[in-house]
Structure formats: structure tokens, C-alpha cells
Design a protein around this ligand. Structure first.
Ligand SMILES: [Ca+2]
Ligand SMILES: [Ca+2]
Length: 614
């Protein structure tokens, strides 16, 4: 396999991947890659000594359980006046209006609530717009104050509501209607002049006594007296449009737009219905732990479900996430060294632009620029306890695979589950459990819950990792997203927490347990190095502990350009990032290091975490 020189020059050359505890078939792209030769991982060497036991002596994780995309909390309810609060009086609200009807208070449109007990302001029309209580919206005026027009021989004037025309008089010969004079007049019309009567183009007749009909411009065109013709209309009758948050409507002369009102946000400007929506039509949002759905007409918001916590509320998939539902060890509020942090915590990232595999110090090629949209990422690697919920529910198998398209990045078409992968999952739960028992010494899975529930799950194929994230309501992070989280975005950090690597910041090198050499005591619970080893946005163990599957295939150089990109068609294998507990080479722990592996294979040092889009 021919590879470009880029991984060698950009990632530097480090010592060969020789780990005394076992062999590997995965690839580190800063050394001549042994993969894809498909020997299985066989970390069966138990090591020569028992070690001192995996103490979890990291710093306190604190209480920083950032709650995902929950949104703001409920506004405080107005307190009742003391007199009412104290007295046991039933306050019956009086019916004051007909439910769901509209009224206009000057330019303010109000709607009677469903109980008929109050008028609620729903919008303020633009200064020169009309408040229409019949339609419940703002509309442009049909005409201007004191504007006159001629319809044939009939002189008309704009009515006081500016929504129609009043007849002033019908002109009798020899006088004819002259809107410019706002009267009937026998004054000769100018030779060769044109005027418009409504949509009809008229020309001064040969005797200059009246106007001859030329053509009717109809509703799709404008009568243009100056151009002596019909000209194309700017917009269609009754058409609405949005410019940013501004809702506008085609004016009655069809030659321009009339600003109706300013919606609360661009997303709420609804040109199809000619209104400002109260919420984004058909979309889910989370208000704390409440999962709410906006009606298809954008005019009402209802709470469909209240999730166990704010971080379980998943607006993207419109449901409460199933993960950490049991509250069991590794699947409840019992992670990190403090033992009280939600193992399913999602820490949000702001999105931004940075350079992939660029840390300023070791790797100085900044050309692989990428932009990622805001997203959230599991604060911890997926634990054994979390994975157990998934296994116990029967998922991750050919018997219960994800649906086509599940687990997609919403900004990357075609990034969801492909049903042709179903056959790459274990046949059933028994086969999945057997596969998770990939190494008697170093596997973290146990068939029954045991002492390793808070350790990161390992021995999972890329397909199982993908299926887990899809089931959990999320997806695998893209390589760019993972790199963004680790590098602290544009801070381009060398390690997720800063510049130097030691055993207080990461689980690595088989020495975080204080004893040289690899034993099972080198496997730590998730978050054991928090908060010292956390990344810029609070993510634990990005470097070390388990190396982590990401969505992308291995493509060298990186896909370019990259705005929410991922290598999902071209490339080989699947990427993994971050180095692992058994990596003795510091460079592997750097945020710039790239490695890949065969997606069907399992390793005792390879786990994952999930990402979520807002
Ligand atoms: Ca050790
Ligand atoms: Ca890791």
C-alpha cells in the first residue's frame, strides 16, 4: 500500500510500536503502518507481576455536570399577592373573550387564549402595516391616505382603513377621470401620455379628451405608465418572504416588498404561512428535562415527555436518551473520582475553526483547516455499565441492528448506519457477549455486573460502537470533531489539558498505577484523571485510557476542504484517536496523533465515546 509522506513529515517519526504486553494489528500513522494485515489482537500476556492495584487517585471531578443542550430553566412563576396567597379563596378567572379569536389594539395584534380568560399580545405590526384581526396577521395597506385612482370613469379614493377604495364620483362626458388631479376634468390630456387605471394601461386619445385602453397587465405584471408598457412584477400577489427575521409581503402594486413585522428570530420567520411562528415548526426542543414539540403550524409548543434529567432530553432525535436509565454503577450519577458525576454527561462544545493534527510545537503544518458546528461530546469514554444497558436491551446484534440512516451526523449526508453492515454485527446477544470477552486479562467487560462497571468498555468493533451511539441518541464523533475537542479548538493544544504529559493527567504507558509494566491495574475507571486531565471543555481521558473510535475512514491527507467533513466514502479502515493506557510513546497521546484500525477488530485498548448534535 502506497502512502504519502505526509504522516511522516507532519506527525513526526516516533519509535516503533513495540508494546511488551502484546501485539496489535491496528495502525499508528507516524510509523510504517502494519495494518491492514489482519492478525487479531492478542494481549494475553498477563505480565509478570500483579501490580499494586488500580487506585483512582485523580483530583476531584467537582460537580461540573454540564447538562447538554437543555436550554434555560423555567421562568419563575409570579408570586400571588399575600392576601390571596394566605386566604383559601378559589379564584375563578372570568371569561373575557372568545377563545382563539384575534383583536387589534392599534397596531398590536392580540389573541384570546384557549380558556377565553385573557388577551395575549402575539405580535406588533410594523408602523405602516395594518393589523388584521380577521386573519390574525399584519398586512400591507392596499393604498395610501388620500391616494386617488381611476377605474374607467369612476374616481376612487383610498378608504380610511387603507384596505380598499371608496367611490368619489363617476365622471360624465366630456369630463373624464384624472387621478393626478383627484377629480373629473375636461382638461385635455397630454398628447402621447400614458396612465394606469388599476392594472390597465391607458393612452391619451387623439382628441386629448379621454384615455384609450391599451392592455391589461394582469396580476403577474405591472402597469408602468412611464415605460408605456407592462413590466414584470417584482413579486406575486399575496406572496410572503423573509429577509433574516423580517417578514414581508408583496405590496398591492406588485412592484416591491412591504415589511410586515420582525420575528423573534430568522428561524421563526415563516414565509409559507405569512406569519411569525412562535416556535420552529415541527421541531423538538428541550426545556430543562421537558421534551417539547412545536406544532406543524409553528403556533404552539407542547411538552411530550419529561426525561429523567436535562441531559437525557434529546431534541435532535425527539426522545429521552435511553442511556444511564438504570442508575447502576457506570450508568448513573456515580462516575469520576468524586463518584457523583453522571456517567452519561454530555459536555457541549461551541464549534469553530482550527487546524487538524497541528499543535504548533511538534507538528507545525497548519494547512489542514477544519470547521465544526457546535456539538456535544460524552464527557467520559463509554463505560462498561453504559454498554451493559445496550447489551441487555438486545442491541448491537444482527437480531436488532440500527435502522438505515441511524446515528447520522445531521450535516453530513450519508453518514448514518448502512444496513449492509448488519451482517458485521454479532448474530445475537450471546455472540456479542462472547466477543466482548476478547482477552481474559485486559478486557473490561464481564458477563455479569462486577467491579469494572465504571471502566471504559473495550473490545468493541467500530460497528458496535456506531450502533451504541445510534441507540443512545447520538453518533460517533467525526475525526475533526474529536481533534477539535482534544486540541481545545483554535488553542491547538499539544495535550488536551496543556503542554506536558505525566501520570497525573492521563492513564498511559502502563505506569499510571505507579508500577512499570502492564497489568490489569493499569486500567482505570473513567474520569480518574479529572479535572487535571480534562480538555478545554471538560472532557476526560481524551488522551490515554482507551484509544477512541471516530466516524472517519483513514484518508491521507485529510479530506479538504473541511466544513463538518468526514471521510466516509473514500479511505480505508476507521480512525481511532488519543492513544491508550498501554501506549508507552508520549507522541501517541498528543492531540495531533492519528491512528487507524480494521473496523471489525477488537482491542483491549480501543473504546469510544459518542457525540450529539443540538
Ligand atoms: Ca503498570
Ligand atoms: Ca481516551
Amino acid at each position: 500500500m502506497q502512502r504519502s509522506i505526509w504522516p511522516l513529515t507532519s506527525l513526526g517519526i516516533v519509535s516503533a510500536w513495540l508494546w511488551s504486553c502484546g501485539s496489535t494489528d491496528s495502525t499508528t500513522h507516524d510509523v510504517p503502518p502494519p495494518w491492514p494485515d489482519a492478525s487479531t489482537d492478542a494481549t494475553s500476556d498477563a505480565g509478570g507481576f500483579a501490580g499494586t492495584g488500580g487506585s483512582t487517585t485523580g483530583g476531584s471531578a467537582g460537580t461540573g455536570a454540564t447538562g447538554g443542550f437543555g436550554g434555560s430553566s423555567d421562568a419563575a412563576h409570579d408570586a400571588l399577592p399575600d392576601a390571596l396567597d394566605d386566604a383559601s379563596i378559589d379564584v375563578v378567572e372570568e371569561v373575557v373573550c372568545s377563545p382563539n379569536t384575534f383583536r387589534c389594539q392599534t397596531n398590536k395584534l392580540e389573541k384570546c387564549n384557549a380558556a377565553g380568560t385573557a388577551w395575549n399580545l402575539i405580535l406588533s405590526c410594523a408602523t405602516s402595516a395594518l393589523c388584521d384581526d380577521g386573519e390574525g396577521r399584519c398586512t400591507p395597506p392596499e393604498c395610501l391616505p388620500n391616494e386617488h385612482r381611476c377605474t374607467g370613469k369612476v374616481l376612487e379614493r383610498c378608504n380610511s382603513n387603507q384596505n380598499g377604495w371608496d367611490v368619489v364620483q363617476t365622471c360624465l362626458s366630456p369630463a373624464h377621470c384624472r387621478s393626478e388631479y383627484k377629480t373629473c376634468s375636461a382638461t385635455p390630456c397630454p398628447i402621447g401620455s400614458y396612465q394606469c387605471s388599476g392594472s390597465e394601461l391607458m393612452r391619451c386619445n387623439a382628441t386629448q379628451t379621454d384615455w384609450d385602453f391599451v392592455q391589461d397587465c394582469q396580476s403577474s405584471a405591472l402597469c408602468d405608465a412611464a415605460a408605456k408598457s407592462c413590466t414584470p412584477a417584482t413579486c406575486a400577489k399575496g406572496e410572503f418572504g423573509c429577509v433574516g427575521a423580517e417578514l414581508r409581503m408583496c405590496n398591492f402594486t406588485l412592484d416591491g416588498w412591504f415589511d410586515l413585522q420582525t420575528c423573534a428570530s430568522e428561524a421563526l420567520c415563516d414565509a409559507a404561512h405569512g406569519q411569525c411562528d412562535l416556535c420552529e415548526a415541527s421541531r423538538y426542543t428541550c426545556e430543562g428535562a421537558d421534551l417539547r414539540r412545536c406544532a406543524d403550524d409553528g403556533q404552539s409548543l407542547t411538552t411530550e415527555q419529561t426525561c429523567a434529567s436535562a441531559s437525557r432530553c434529546n431534541a435532535q432525535v425527539g426522545r429521552c436518551d435511553p442511556g444511564c436509565a438504570t442508575g447502576a454503577p457506570g450508568a448513573g450519577d456515580n462516575c469520576s473520582s468524586s463518584g457523583n458525576v453522571d456517567c452519561c454527561t454530555k459536555s457541549p462544545l461551541p464549534g469553530g475553526t482550527f487546524s487538524r493534527s497541528y499543535d504548533v510545537v511538534n507538528y507545525t503544518d497548519s494547512q489542514y483547516v477544519a470547521t465544526v458546528a457546535p456539538f456535544a461530546l460524552d464527557r467520559y469514554e463509554v463505560t462498561v455499565g453504559r454498554f451493559r444497558e445496550f447489551v441487555d436491551a438486545g442491541h448491537g446484534t444482527q437480531a436488532s441492528p440500527p435502522h438505515d440512516g441511524d446515528g447520522a451526523h445531521p450535516l453530513i449526508p450519508g453518514s448514518g448506519w448502512d444496513s449492509s453492515w448488519n451482517s458485521l454485527l454479532p448474530a445475537d446477544t450471546g455472540a456479542l457477549k462472547a466477543a466482548l470477552n476478547c482477552d481474559i486479562v485486559y478486557q473490561t467487560w464481564t458477563d455479569t455486573p462486577g467491579a469494572k462497571e465504571k471502566k471504559p468498555i473495550a473490545c468493541v468493533s467500530w460497528y458496535e460502537a456506531f450502533a451504541f451511539c445510534a441507540w443512545a441518541g447520538g453518533r460517533l464523533p467525526t475525526e475533526a470533531e474529536w481533534n477539535f475537542a482534544a486540541a481545545g479548538g483554535a488553542e491547538q493544544r499539544v495535550f488536551p489539558w496543556g503542554d506536558t504529559l505525566d501520570y497525573q493527567h492521563a492513564v498511559w504507558g502502563c505506569e499510571t498505577d505507579g508500577t512499570p509494566g502492564c497489568t490489569s491495574s493499569d486500567l482505570f475507571d473513567v474520569g480518574s484523571r479529572s479535572p487535571a486531565g480534562d480538555g478545554r471543555w471538560g472532557h476526560a481521558d481524551l488522551a490515554g485510557s482507551m484509544s477512541e473510535w471516530v466516524l472517519d475512514k483513514f484518508l491521507d491527507p485529510y479530506p479538504m476542504p473541511c466544513s463538518n467533513c468526514a471521510a466516509i466514502t473514500q479511505g480505508s479502515g476507521r480512525m481511532r484517536r488519543g492513544g491508550a493506557w498501554n501506549d508507552t510513546t508520549p507522541a501517541r497521546l498528543r492531540t495531533s496523533s492519528r491512528e487507524s484500525a480494521n473496523p471489525e477488530h477488537r482491542f483491549t485498548y480501543l473504546g469510544f465515546r459518542c457525540a450529539w448534535s443540538p
